[in-house]
Structure formats: C-alpha cells, structure tokens
Design a protein around this ligand. Sequence first.
Ligand SMILES: [Zn+2]
Length: 59
Amino acid sequence: MSIERCAYCGKERPSEEMKSAKIIFRDRHPGGKAFVNSKVNRYCADGPCAGNDQMAHEG
Ligand SMILES: [Zn+2]
C-alpha cells in the first residue's frame, strides 16, 4: 500500500482513496508569452479537493 499526498489539502492518504484530476491553468513562457498549461495531480477521491484546486488556478 502506498501513501500519496493530496495536491490541494496536503493530507496523506492511501492511494486507493486518491484520484487523478487534470488542472488547467494559465502559464507564461520564459519570454513572457502567456499560454494555457495543464497538469495531472492527485487529490482526495471523496472530497472537493480537485474542484477547489481548479478554481484556485482560475483567475
Ligand atoms: Zn484533499
């Protein structure tokens, strides 16, 4: 059994209680050009963490 940390609330939980979710956010190239980036994080499967983190990344 492996333990994973939620990317939003920081709780450490067994991987069975976690899920993957893609977060889309605005990023900026080193030259200053803005673009839309995304990443896949691990979140609590039974909580609102994935949705909350997505909202936190929206302007
Ligand atoms: Zn969480």
